[in-house]
Design a protein around this ligand. Structure first.
Ligand SMILES: NC(=O)c1ccc[n+]([C@@H]2O[C@H](COP(=O)([O-])OP(=O)(O)OC[C@H]3O[C@@H](n4cnc5c(N)ncnc54)[C@H](OP(=O)(O)O)[C@@H]3O)[C@@H](O)[C@H]2O)c1
Length: 272
């Protein structure tokens, strides 16, 4: 196969479905070289074959469980062995658990933190120094609108996303003048496998009005464009944006009480 002139190499974690797969499609359409990472080797191989055929770009599937200890360093070593230089890192892989904090075993909290925080930070630590040394690079960290407020029943998940947003904002300033940019994509509720999984635990999510549920292609497109233009925070959707602006403006005690009241209403408990 004849490839187009080589463009940036983009590594997407969690590329086997949902927002990660949609971001990979955006990057392929732009002519970028792709490295696709997730656990499901079959899905990655199928996507790689499809994107190669459709866009004439080199795409490599690299199956990896990023939730295991030392996974980020092991992935970085695998990239080095294959002489792959990453220009754009899309830190998208993430998991969510919808449950009361006390009903979740400690191991489930830890697994969430290991992937959403540990692997994301490990990949930044492994790949950012090279980007800075080359004076060229971009990072897209996938956070959530949950990063802006407390979310009862998603307490650990929301805390991991607050971490991602905070880390991104700090690094955006540290990286000024280096030629490397970093962006936090903060989607609202989006129609992916993650939402279907959460709806099994919380049926109220299955009945959400359509206008509250984001389209995965639209979310990915806005995130990808923000990353390519070096925007620091992007919140797709006018309603989501309004919610995050409101959350930042509101006194913390009021935001907390509101979040609690909404959660109790959605779970059928007596309101305040
Ligand atoms: N959907 C939403 O409503 C929503 C809203 C805000 C933010 N987000 C964030 O968006 C990101 C993507 O979520 P999504 O909605 O697209 O979810 P999704 O459809 O469930 O996709 C999650 C991706 O992460 C991968 N993954 C999960 N565990 C992994 C592991 N241990 N190692 C490597 N890859 C792993 C999955 O692939 P394998 O199973 O093949 O490993 C899959 O490709 C997450 O960070 C999520 O928190 C989602």
């Amino acid at each position: 196969m004849e490839y187009k002139l080589q463009m940036d190499t983009v590594l997407v974690t969690g590329a086997s479905g949902g927002i990660g797969e949609a971001i990979a499609r955006c990057a392929a359409a732009e002519g970028c070289v792709l490295v696709l990472v997730a656990r499901s080797a079959d899905k990655l191989e199928a996507l790689a074959a499809e994107l190669k055929a459709a866009h004439g770009v080199p795409v490599r599937a690299l199956p990896f469980d990023l939730g295991t200890p030392g996974a980020a360093a092991a992935l970085a070593s695998a990239l080095k062995r294959r002489r792959i230089t990453v220009d754009v890192l899309v830190n998208n892989a993430g998991v969510l658990e919808n449950a009361p904090f006390v009903k979740m075993p400690a191991a489930r909290h830890q697994a969430l933190i290991d992937l959403n925080v540990g692997a994301l930070t490990g990949l930044l630590a492994a790949l950012l120094p090279g980007m800075v040394a080359r004076g060229h690079g971009q990072v897209l960290n996938v956070a959530s609108i949950a990063a802006f407020q407390p979310v009862p029943m998603l307490a650990t998940y929301a805390a991991t996303k607050a971490y991602v947003l905070s880390l991104t904002e700090s690094l955006a300033e540290e990286l000024q003048g280096t030629g490397v940019t970093i962006t936090a994509l903060c989607p609202g509720i989006t129609a992916t496998g993650m939402l279907s999984g959460a709806a099994e635990a919380n049926p109220a999510l299955a009945g959400l009005p359509k206008f509250l549920v984001g389209n995965v292609e639209q979310v990915a497109r806005e995130g990808w464009q923000a990353c390519r233009s070096g925007q620091v925070i992007v919140v797709p959707g006018a309603l989501n944006l309004a919610a995050t602006v409101g959350a930042r403006a509101m006194p913390k005690w009021l935001l907390r009480r509101l979040a609690g009241a909404v959660t109790r209403k959605m779970s059928g408990q007596a309101p305040d």
